[in-house]
Design a protein around this ligand. Structure first.
Ligand code: ACO
Length: 439
Protein backbone atom coordinates (compact mmCIF):
# COMPACT_ATOMS: atom_id res chain seq x y z
CA UNK A 1 0.00 0.00 0.00
CA UNK A 2 1.60 3.27 -1.18
CA UNK A 3 0.84 6.70 0.26
CA UNK A 4 1.00 10.14 -1.35
CA UNK A 5 -0.59 13.51 -0.64
CA UNK A 6 -3.46 15.59 -2.05
CA UNK A 7 -3.70 19.34 -1.47
CA UNK A 8 -7.01 20.79 -0.33
CA UNK A 9 -7.62 24.50 0.09
CA UNK A 10 -10.53 25.41 2.35
CA UNK A 11 -11.34 28.93 3.47
CA UNK A 12 -7.79 30.06 2.84
CA UNK A 13 -6.32 27.12 4.70
CA UNK A 14 -4.08 24.71 2.78
CA UNK A 15 -4.11 21.09 3.86
CA UNK A 16 -2.14 18.05 2.86
CA UNK A 17 -4.33 14.95 2.84
CA UNK A 18 -2.74 11.52 2.44
CA UNK A 19 -3.62 9.53 -0.67
CA UNK A 20 -3.94 5.85 0.07
CA UNK A 21 -3.23 3.46 -2.82
CA UNK A 22 -4.39 -0.13 -2.79
CA UNK A 23 -2.58 -3.12 -4.28
CA UNK A 24 -4.53 -2.81 -7.55
CA UNK A 25 -3.83 0.90 -7.85
CA UNK A 26 -7.17 2.11 -6.46
CA UNK A 27 -6.70 5.49 -4.82
CA UNK A 28 -8.49 7.29 -2.02
CA UNK A 29 -8.00 10.60 -0.25
CA UNK A 30 -7.84 9.91 3.47
CA UNK A 31 -10.12 12.52 5.05
CA UNK A 32 -10.28 10.92 8.50
CA UNK A 33 -8.63 13.99 10.14
CA UNK A 34 -10.45 16.60 8.01
CA UNK A 35 -12.97 17.61 10.68
CA UNK A 36 -10.34 17.95 13.32
CA UNK A 37 -8.28 20.16 10.98
CA UNK A 38 -11.05 22.26 9.37
CA UNK A 39 -14.36 21.65 11.18
CA UNK A 40 -15.73 20.23 7.91
CA UNK A 41 -17.00 16.77 7.09
CA UNK A 42 -17.51 15.24 3.62
CA UNK A 43 -21.01 14.59 2.27
CA UNK A 44 -21.68 11.55 0.09
CA UNK A 45 -25.27 10.37 0.27
CA UNK A 46 -25.56 6.65 -0.34
CA UNK A 47 -21.77 6.32 0.19
CA UNK A 48 -21.28 6.03 -3.60
CA UNK A 49 -17.83 7.56 -3.38
CA UNK A 50 -16.79 6.62 0.11
CA UNK A 51 -14.38 3.87 1.11
CA UNK A 52 -15.44 2.67 4.54
CA UNK A 53 -12.49 0.37 5.20
CA UNK A 54 -9.28 -1.19 3.93
CA UNK A 55 -9.94 -4.79 3.00
CA UNK A 56 -7.96 -7.77 1.69
CA UNK A 57 -10.95 -9.93 0.76
CA UNK A 58 -12.53 -9.01 -2.58
CA UNK A 59 -11.46 -6.83 -5.48
CA UNK A 60 -13.90 -5.36 -8.02
CA UNK A 61 -13.15 -3.20 -11.02
CA UNK A 62 -16.62 -2.09 -12.09
CA UNK A 63 -15.44 -0.37 -15.26
CA UNK A 64 -13.68 -3.49 -16.55
CA UNK A 65 -16.10 -6.05 -15.11
CA UNK A 66 -13.51 -7.73 -12.86
CA UNK A 67 -14.30 -9.63 -9.68
CA UNK A 68 -11.70 -11.54 -7.63
CA UNK A 69 -11.89 -13.27 -4.26
CA UNK A 70 -8.54 -13.05 -2.43
CA UNK A 71 -6.95 -12.28 -5.81
CA UNK A 72 -8.45 -15.25 -7.71
CA UNK A 73 -10.70 -14.35 -10.69
CA UNK A 74 -14.34 -15.33 -10.24
CA UNK A 75 -14.25 -17.10 -13.62
CA UNK A 76 -11.59 -19.52 -12.33
CA UNK A 77 -13.41 -20.19 -9.10
CA UNK A 78 -16.67 -20.73 -11.01
CA UNK A 79 -14.99 -23.30 -13.21
CA UNK A 80 -12.74 -25.10 -10.73
CA UNK A 81 -13.84 -24.54 -7.14
CA UNK A 82 -16.71 -25.59 -4.91
CA UNK A 83 -18.72 -23.40 -2.58
CA UNK A 84 -17.14 -24.93 0.51
CA UNK A 85 -13.61 -24.42 -0.81
CA UNK A 86 -14.48 -20.84 -1.84
CA UNK A 87 -15.91 -20.20 1.63
CA UNK A 88 -12.61 -21.32 3.17
CA UNK A 89 -10.66 -19.10 0.76
CA UNK A 90 -12.72 -16.05 1.65
CA UNK A 91 -12.65 -16.55 5.40
CA UNK A 92 -9.05 -17.71 5.89
CA UNK A 93 -7.39 -15.89 2.99
CA UNK A 94 -5.89 -18.79 1.00
CA UNK A 95 -7.07 -21.89 -0.80
CA UNK A 96 -7.08 -24.79 1.67
CA UNK A 97 -4.73 -27.77 1.50
CA UNK A 98 -6.41 -31.15 1.20
CA UNK A 99 -6.29 -31.64 4.99
CA UNK A 100 -7.55 -28.13 5.72
CA UNK A 101 -10.48 -28.61 3.35
CA UNK A 102 -11.32 -31.98 4.89
CA UNK A 103 -11.22 -30.53 8.40
CA UNK A 104 -13.35 -27.57 7.34
CA UNK A 105 -15.91 -29.85 5.64
CA UNK A 106 -16.01 -32.08 8.71
CA UNK A 107 -16.61 -29.04 10.92
CA UNK A 108 -19.52 -28.03 8.67
CA UNK A 109 -20.99 -31.53 8.90
CA UNK A 110 -20.58 -31.63 12.68
CA UNK A 111 -22.50 -28.36 12.91
CA UNK A 112 -25.28 -28.99 10.41
CA UNK A 113 -28.01 -29.81 12.92
CA UNK A 114 -29.81 -27.01 14.70
CA UNK A 115 -30.09 -27.20 18.45
CA UNK A 116 -33.18 -29.40 18.78
CA UNK A 117 -35.00 -26.76 20.86
CA UNK A 118 -34.75 -24.34 17.96
CA UNK A 119 -37.24 -26.43 16.02
CA UNK A 120 -40.01 -25.09 18.24
CA UNK A 121 -39.36 -21.56 17.01
CA UNK A 122 -40.49 -22.55 13.53
CA UNK A 123 -43.89 -23.41 14.95
CA UNK A 124 -44.38 -19.79 16.03
CA UNK A 125 -44.19 -18.30 12.55
CA UNK A 126 -47.31 -17.98 10.42
CA UNK A 127 -47.29 -20.35 7.43
CA UNK A 128 -47.08 -17.43 4.99
CA UNK A 129 -44.12 -15.71 6.71
CA UNK A 130 -41.44 -14.65 4.26
CA UNK A 131 -38.47 -17.02 4.63
CA UNK A 132 -36.08 -14.04 4.87
CA UNK A 133 -37.90 -12.95 8.05
CA UNK A 134 -37.58 -16.48 9.44
CA UNK A 135 -33.93 -16.69 8.39
CA UNK A 136 -32.85 -13.48 10.11
CA UNK A 137 -34.88 -14.27 13.25
CA UNK A 138 -33.48 -17.80 13.50
CA UNK A 139 -29.87 -16.79 12.88
CA UNK A 140 -30.16 -14.22 15.65
CA UNK A 141 -31.94 -16.71 17.92
CA UNK A 142 -29.16 -19.25 17.43
CA UNK A 143 -26.82 -17.04 19.49
CA UNK A 144 -28.98 -17.91 22.52
CA UNK A 145 -28.20 -21.61 22.22
CA UNK A 146 -24.43 -21.84 22.12
CA UNK A 147 -21.87 -20.99 24.78
CA UNK A 148 -19.07 -18.61 23.84
CA UNK A 149 -21.42 -16.49 21.75
CA UNK A 150 -20.76 -13.52 23.99
CA UNK A 151 -20.20 -10.04 22.59
CA UNK A 152 -16.75 -8.99 21.52
CA UNK A 153 -13.93 -10.58 19.61
CA UNK A 154 -14.21 -14.39 19.51
CA UNK A 155 -10.94 -16.23 20.00
CA UNK A 156 -9.69 -18.63 17.30
CA UNK A 157 -11.27 -22.01 18.18
CA UNK A 158 -14.54 -20.32 19.07
CA UNK A 159 -14.51 -18.29 15.87
CA UNK A 160 -13.93 -21.38 13.69
CA UNK A 161 -16.81 -23.13 15.41
CA UNK A 162 -19.17 -20.17 15.12
CA UNK A 163 -18.28 -19.61 11.47
CA UNK A 164 -18.81 -23.28 10.59
CA UNK A 165 -22.06 -23.34 12.51
CA UNK A 166 -23.33 -20.30 10.66
CA UNK A 167 -22.40 -21.53 7.17
CA UNK A 168 -23.80 -24.98 7.84
CA UNK A 169 -26.93 -24.07 9.77
CA UNK A 170 -28.07 -21.23 7.53
CA UNK A 171 -28.78 -23.95 4.97
CA UNK A 172 -30.67 -26.05 7.51
CA UNK A 173 -32.71 -23.06 8.70
CA UNK A 174 -33.50 -22.07 5.09
CA UNK A 175 -34.74 -25.56 4.21
CA UNK A 176 -36.82 -25.78 7.42
CA UNK A 177 -38.34 -22.36 6.68
CA UNK A 178 -39.37 -23.56 3.24
CA UNK A 179 -40.87 -26.82 4.58
CA UNK A 180 -42.72 -24.87 7.24
CA UNK A 181 -44.21 -22.54 4.60
CA UNK A 182 -45.53 -25.60 2.74
CA UNK A 183 -46.81 -27.36 5.85
CA UNK A 184 -44.33 -30.20 5.23
CA UNK A 185 -42.45 -32.21 7.88
CA UNK A 186 -38.86 -31.21 8.50
CA UNK A 187 -36.15 -33.30 6.82
CA UNK A 188 -32.92 -33.58 8.81
CA UNK A 189 -29.54 -33.05 7.13
CA UNK A 190 -27.74 -36.14 5.86
CA UNK A 191 -24.06 -36.15 6.90
CA UNK A 192 -22.91 -38.18 3.88
CA UNK A 193 -24.13 -35.51 1.43
CA UNK A 194 -21.99 -32.61 0.32
CA UNK A 195 -23.07 -29.05 1.14
CA UNK A 196 -25.36 -28.19 -1.77
CA UNK A 197 -26.77 -31.68 -2.30
CA UNK A 198 -27.63 -31.73 1.39
CA UNK A 199 -29.54 -28.47 1.06
CA UNK A 200 -31.60 -29.81 -1.86
CA UNK A 201 -32.21 -33.00 0.13
CA UNK A 202 -33.54 -31.04 3.12
CA UNK A 203 -35.70 -28.90 0.83
CA UNK A 204 -37.24 -31.57 -1.36
CA UNK A 205 -36.88 -35.10 0.06
CA UNK A 206 -39.83 -36.69 1.77
CA UNK A 207 -39.49 -38.96 4.79
CA UNK A 208 -40.60 -41.82 2.49
CA UNK A 209 -38.68 -40.89 -0.64
CA UNK A 210 -35.32 -39.25 -1.34
CA UNK A 211 -35.23 -36.32 -3.72
CA UNK A 212 -33.51 -37.51 -6.91
CA UNK A 213 -30.39 -35.34 -7.11
CA UNK A 214 -29.44 -34.29 -10.64
CA UNK A 215 -25.66 -33.59 -10.67
CA UNK A 216 -25.98 -30.68 -13.13
CA UNK A 217 -28.66 -29.04 -10.97
CA UNK A 218 -26.56 -29.51 -7.83
CA UNK A 219 -23.55 -28.00 -9.61
CA UNK A 220 -25.63 -25.06 -10.92
CA UNK A 221 -26.81 -24.22 -7.40
CA UNK A 222 -23.27 -24.61 -6.03
CA UNK A 223 -22.17 -22.18 -8.73
CA UNK A 224 -24.84 -19.68 -7.65
CA UNK A 225 -23.50 -19.93 -4.08
CA UNK A 226 -19.91 -19.35 -5.29
CA UNK A 227 -20.90 -16.31 -7.36
CA UNK A 228 -22.77 -14.75 -4.44
CA UNK A 229 -20.12 -15.51 -1.82
CA UNK A 230 -18.75 -11.98 -1.54
CA UNK A 231 -18.98 -8.62 -3.23
CA UNK A 232 -16.99 -6.17 -1.10
CA UNK A 233 -18.74 -3.28 0.66
CA UNK A 234 -22.31 -3.67 -0.66
CA UNK A 235 -25.41 -2.76 1.35
CA UNK A 236 -25.64 -6.00 3.37
CA UNK A 237 -21.90 -6.47 3.97
CA UNK A 238 -21.59 -2.87 5.12
CA UNK A 239 -24.51 -3.57 7.45
CA UNK A 240 -22.73 -6.62 8.85
CA UNK A 241 -19.61 -4.52 9.43
CA UNK A 242 -21.64 -1.70 10.93
CA UNK A 243 -23.28 -4.02 13.46
CA UNK A 244 -20.04 -5.91 14.13
CA UNK A 245 -18.24 -2.63 14.79
CA UNK A 246 -20.23 -2.28 18.01
CA UNK A 247 -18.78 -5.71 18.94
CA UNK A 248 -22.11 -7.44 18.53
CA UNK A 249 -21.56 -11.17 17.98
CA UNK A 250 -21.30 -12.97 14.63
CA UNK A 251 -24.89 -14.24 14.62
CA UNK A 252 -26.36 -10.80 15.41
CA UNK A 253 -24.21 -9.22 12.70
CA UNK A 254 -25.18 -11.85 10.11
CA UNK A 255 -28.88 -11.58 11.00
CA UNK A 256 -28.66 -7.84 10.29
CA UNK A 257 -27.01 -8.67 6.96
CA UNK A 258 -29.97 -10.87 6.03
CA UNK A 259 -32.37 -7.97 6.70
CA UNK A 260 -30.32 -5.58 4.57
CA UNK A 261 -30.14 -8.13 1.76
CA UNK A 262 -33.90 -8.63 1.65
CA UNK A 263 -34.89 -5.45 -0.22
CA UNK A 264 -35.61 -5.50 -3.95
CA UNK A 265 -32.81 -3.07 -4.81
CA UNK A 266 -30.30 -5.53 -3.35
CA UNK A 267 -30.69 -9.30 -2.83
CA UNK A 268 -34.44 -9.18 -3.34
CA UNK A 269 -33.85 -8.29 -6.99
CA UNK A 270 -33.67 -11.98 -8.01
CA UNK A 271 -37.26 -12.47 -6.82
CA UNK A 272 -38.27 -9.17 -8.44
CA UNK A 273 -36.77 -10.26 -11.79
CA UNK A 274 -38.94 -13.38 -11.97
CA UNK A 275 -42.02 -11.43 -10.88
CA UNK A 276 -41.26 -8.90 -13.63
CA UNK A 277 -40.86 -11.66 -16.24
CA UNK A 278 -44.08 -13.30 -15.06
CA UNK A 279 -45.95 -10.01 -15.36
CA UNK A 280 -44.59 -9.43 -18.87
CA UNK A 281 -45.68 -12.97 -19.81
CA UNK A 282 -49.12 -12.60 -18.20
CA UNK A 283 -49.89 -9.33 -19.93
CA UNK A 284 -48.84 -10.67 -23.35
CA UNK A 285 -46.13 -8.00 -23.65
CA UNK A 286 -43.11 -9.01 -25.70
CA UNK A 287 -40.98 -6.89 -23.36
CA UNK A 288 -41.13 -3.67 -25.34
CA UNK A 289 -43.85 -2.06 -23.22
CA UNK A 290 -41.98 -2.91 -20.03
CA UNK A 291 -38.75 -1.45 -21.35
CA UNK A 292 -40.55 1.77 -22.26
CA UNK A 293 -42.04 1.93 -18.75
CA UNK A 294 -38.63 1.24 -17.15
CA UNK A 295 -37.21 4.23 -19.03
CA UNK A 296 -39.92 6.51 -17.71
CA UNK A 297 -39.07 7.58 -14.16
CA UNK A 298 -42.71 8.45 -13.45
CA UNK A 299 -43.81 4.84 -14.06
CA UNK A 300 -41.98 3.72 -10.92
CA UNK A 301 -40.72 0.72 -12.92
CA UNK A 302 -37.14 -0.46 -13.35
CA UNK A 303 -35.73 -3.22 -15.44
CA UNK A 304 -34.99 -5.53 -12.54
CA UNK A 305 -31.68 -7.40 -12.77
CA UNK A 306 -30.17 -4.50 -14.70
CA UNK A 307 -27.82 -1.83 -13.42
CA UNK A 308 -25.33 -1.84 -10.60
CA UNK A 309 -23.76 0.72 -8.32
CA UNK A 310 -20.26 -0.54 -9.10
CA UNK A 311 -20.40 -2.35 -12.45
CA UNK A 312 -20.57 0.02 -15.39
CA UNK A 313 -19.95 -2.96 -17.62
CA UNK A 314 -21.34 -6.50 -17.83
CA UNK A 315 -21.38 -8.00 -14.33
CA UNK A 316 -18.96 -10.95 -14.70
CA UNK A 317 -21.26 -13.07 -12.56
CA UNK A 318 -24.15 -12.45 -14.97
CA UNK A 319 -22.00 -13.61 -17.87
CA UNK A 320 -21.16 -16.88 -16.06
CA UNK A 321 -24.77 -17.43 -15.03
CA UNK A 322 -26.11 -16.77 -18.51
CA UNK A 323 -23.93 -19.62 -19.85
CA UNK A 324 -24.83 -21.86 -16.92
CA UNK A 325 -28.51 -21.13 -17.47
CA UNK A 326 -28.37 -22.17 -21.15
CA UNK A 327 -26.44 -25.35 -20.24
CA UNK A 328 -28.84 -26.34 -17.46
CA UNK A 329 -31.93 -25.82 -19.62
CA UNK A 330 -30.34 -28.05 -22.28
CA UNK A 331 -29.56 -30.82 -19.78
CA UNK A 332 -32.99 -30.67 -18.18
CA UNK A 333 -34.61 -30.32 -21.61
CA UNK A 334 -36.74 -27.58 -20.12
CA UNK A 335 -38.64 -24.86 -21.94
CA UNK A 336 -39.43 -21.78 -19.95
CA UNK A 337 -41.21 -18.89 -21.65
CA UNK A 338 -39.61 -16.60 -19.05
CA UNK A 339 -36.13 -17.48 -20.35
CA UNK A 340 -37.10 -16.33 -23.83
CA UNK A 341 -38.54 -13.10 -22.44
CA UNK A 342 -35.35 -12.49 -20.44
CA UNK A 343 -33.19 -13.04 -23.51
CA UNK A 344 -35.35 -10.66 -25.57
CA UNK A 345 -35.29 -8.03 -22.82
CA UNK A 346 -31.52 -8.24 -22.52
CA UNK A 347 -31.02 -7.96 -26.26
CA UNK A 348 -33.36 -4.98 -26.54
CA UNK A 349 -31.93 -3.16 -23.50
CA UNK A 350 -28.33 -3.58 -24.62
CA UNK A 351 -29.22 -1.82 -27.90
CA UNK A 352 -31.28 0.92 -26.29
CA UNK A 353 -29.73 4.39 -25.93
CA UNK A 354 -31.25 4.86 -22.43
CA UNK A 355 -29.45 1.79 -21.04
CA UNK A 356 -26.26 2.39 -23.06
CA UNK A 357 -25.88 5.99 -21.87
CA UNK A 358 -26.40 4.98 -18.24
CA UNK A 359 -24.14 1.92 -18.56
CA UNK A 360 -26.88 -0.42 -17.39
CA UNK A 361 -26.01 -4.08 -17.96
CA UNK A 362 -27.43 -7.34 -16.59
CA UNK A 363 -26.36 -8.00 -13.02
CA UNK A 364 -26.07 -11.27 -11.10
CA UNK A 365 -29.80 -11.38 -10.44
CA UNK A 366 -30.91 -11.34 -14.05
CA UNK A 367 -30.30 -15.04 -14.77
CA UNK A 368 -29.93 -16.59 -11.31
CA UNK A 369 -33.70 -16.72 -10.78
CA UNK A 370 -34.24 -18.64 -14.01
CA UNK A 371 -31.73 -21.27 -12.91
CA UNK A 372 -33.33 -21.57 -9.48
CA UNK A 373 -36.78 -21.85 -11.09
CA UNK A 374 -35.53 -24.66 -13.32
CA UNK A 375 -34.22 -26.51 -10.24
CA UNK A 376 -37.66 -26.14 -8.64
CA UNK A 377 -36.77 -23.57 -5.99
CA UNK A 378 -39.81 -21.39 -5.30
CA UNK A 379 -39.48 -17.68 -5.96
CA UNK A 380 -39.84 -16.61 -2.32
CA UNK A 381 -36.69 -18.64 -1.54
CA UNK A 382 -34.47 -16.86 -4.08
CA UNK A 383 -33.18 -14.19 -1.74
CA UNK A 384 -32.62 -16.86 0.91
CA UNK A 385 -30.36 -18.68 -1.57
CA UNK A 386 -28.46 -15.42 -2.03
CA UNK A 387 -28.08 -15.16 1.76
CA UNK A 388 -26.74 -18.73 2.04
CA UNK A 389 -24.18 -17.90 -0.65
CA UNK A 390 -23.19 -14.56 0.92
CA UNK A 391 -22.56 -15.99 4.40
CA UNK A 392 -18.80 -16.67 3.87
CA UNK A 393 -18.32 -13.09 2.65
CA UNK A 394 -20.04 -11.67 5.72
CA UNK A 395 -18.02 -13.96 7.99
CA UNK A 396 -14.77 -12.99 6.22
CA UNK A 397 -15.57 -9.30 6.70
CA UNK A 398 -16.48 -9.89 10.35
CA UNK A 399 -13.20 -11.75 10.90
CA UNK A 400 -11.18 -9.06 9.14
CA UNK A 401 -12.61 -6.45 11.49
CA UNK A 402 -12.12 -8.55 14.60
CA UNK A 403 -8.52 -9.38 13.66
CA UNK A 404 -7.69 -5.69 13.29
CA UNK A 405 -6.96 -4.12 16.67
CA UNK A 406 -7.51 -0.70 15.08
CA UNK A 407 -11.19 -1.34 14.25
CA UNK A 408 -13.37 1.50 15.51
CA UNK A 409 -17.10 1.83 16.05
CA UNK A 410 -18.72 2.78 12.71
CA UNK A 411 -20.35 6.13 13.16
CA UNK A 412 -20.96 8.34 10.11
CA UNK A 413 -21.90 11.98 10.49
CA UNK A 414 -24.61 14.05 8.80
CA UNK A 415 -25.49 17.55 7.75
CA UNK A 416 -28.56 18.55 9.72
CA UNK A 417 -31.22 20.34 7.61
CA UNK A 418 -34.15 20.33 10.07
CA UNK A 419 -35.64 23.17 12.15
CA UNK A 420 -33.30 25.43 14.04
CA UNK A 421 -33.90 25.68 17.78
CA UNK A 422 -37.55 26.28 18.78
CA UNK A 423 -39.57 25.95 21.97
CA UNK A 424 -41.89 23.20 23.10
CA UNK A 425 -45.54 24.17 22.41
CA UNK A 426 -48.22 22.97 24.88
CA UNK A 427 -50.89 20.74 23.27
CA UNK A 428 -53.74 23.29 23.56
CA UNK A 429 -51.74 25.86 21.64
CA UNK A 430 -50.73 23.63 18.72
CA UNK A 431 -52.21 24.40 15.32
CA UNK A 432 -53.60 21.69 13.01
CA UNK A 433 -56.77 19.59 12.53
CA UNK A 434 -58.61 18.68 15.75
CA UNK A 435 -58.79 14.98 16.57
CA UNK A 436 -62.53 14.89 15.65
CA UNK A 437 -61.58 15.99 12.11
CA UNK A 438 -59.12 13.15 11.68
CA UNK A 439 -60.28 10.12 9.68
N1 ACO B 1 -33.95 0.24 -15.00
C1 ACO B 1 -34.16 1.49 -15.49
N2 ACO B 1 -33.41 2.57 -15.16
C2 ACO B 1 -32.42 2.37 -14.28
C3 ACO B 1 -32.13 1.10 -13.74
C4 ACO B 1 -32.95 0.01 -14.13
N3 ACO B 1 -32.73 -1.21 -13.65
N4 ACO B 1 -31.09 1.20 -12.89
C5 ACO B 1 -30.71 2.49 -12.91
N5 ACO B 1 -31.51 3.19 -13.75
C6 ACO B 1 -31.39 4.61 -14.10
C7 ACO B 1 -31.90 5.51 -13.00
O1 ACO B 1 -33.28 5.81 -13.16
C8 ACO B 1 -31.02 6.74 -13.18
O2 ACO B 1 -31.52 7.43 -14.29
P1 ACO B 1 -31.38 9.06 -14.37
O3 ACO B 1 -29.89 9.31 -14.48
O4 ACO B 1 -32.15 9.43 -15.57
O5 ACO B 1 -31.96 9.58 -13.08
C9 ACO B 1 -29.66 6.14 -13.56
O6 ACO B 1 -29.99 4.89 -14.20
C10 ACO B 1 -28.74 5.87 -12.38
O7 ACO B 1 -29.46 5.08 -11.43
P2 ACO B 1 -29.26 5.13 -9.87
O8 ACO B 1 -30.47 4.60 -9.19
O9 ACO B 1 -28.75 6.47 -9.47
O10 ACO B 1 -28.06 4.12 -9.73
P3 ACO B 1 -27.63 3.42 -8.40
O11 ACO B 1 -26.20 3.13 -8.52
O12 ACO B 1 -28.09 4.19 -7.21
O13 ACO B 1 -28.52 2.08 -8.42
C11 ACO B 1 -29.26 -0.09 -8.59
C12 ACO B 1 -28.04 0.83 -8.63
C13 ACO B 1 -30.04 0.11 -7.28
C14 ACO B 1 -28.77 -1.54 -8.61
C15 ACO B 1 -30.17 0.21 -9.81
O14 ACO B 1 -29.45 0.01 -11.01
C16 ACO B 1 -31.44 -0.63 -9.80
O15 ACO B 1 -32.42 -0.24 -9.17
N6 ACO B 1 -31.46 -1.80 -10.52
C17 ACO B 1 -32.60 -2.67 -10.50
C18 ACO B 1 -32.59 -3.50 -9.23
C19 ACO B 1 -31.53 -4.56 -9.25
O16 ACO B 1 -31.36 -5.28 -10.21
N7 ACO B 1 -30.82 -4.67 -8.12
C20 ACO B 1 -29.78 -5.68 -7.93
C21 ACO B 1 -28.42 -5.07 -7.92
S1 ACO B 1 -27.20 -6.33 -7.79
C22 ACO B 1 -27.21 -6.74 -6.16
O17 ACO B 1 -27.50 -5.99 -5.28
C23 ACO B 1 -26.90 -8.10 -5.87
Amino acid sequence: MKSDNAILEVEGKRLELPIVTGTEGERAIDISRLREQTGLITLDEGYANTGSCLSRITYIDGEKGILRYRGIPIEELAEKSTFVETAYLLIYGDLPTETELKNFSNLLTQNENLHEDMRHHFEGFPYNAHPMAILSAMINASSCYYPGMEMGRPTAPFFDQHAARLISQVRTIAAYAYRKSRGLPIVYPRPSYRYTANFLHMMFSDPAEDYPLIPEAVRALDLIFILHADHEQNCSTSTVRMVASSQANLMASAAAGVCALWGSLHGGANQAVIEMLQEIHRTGDDGRRFIEAAKDRKSGRRLMGFGHRVYKNYDPRARILKKACDALFRVLQRDDPLLEIAQRLEEAALKDAYFIERKLYPNVDFYSGLIMRAIGIPVEMFTVIFAIGRMPGWIANFKEMMDDPGTRLYRPRQIYIGSTQRSYVPMEKRKGPSSSALP
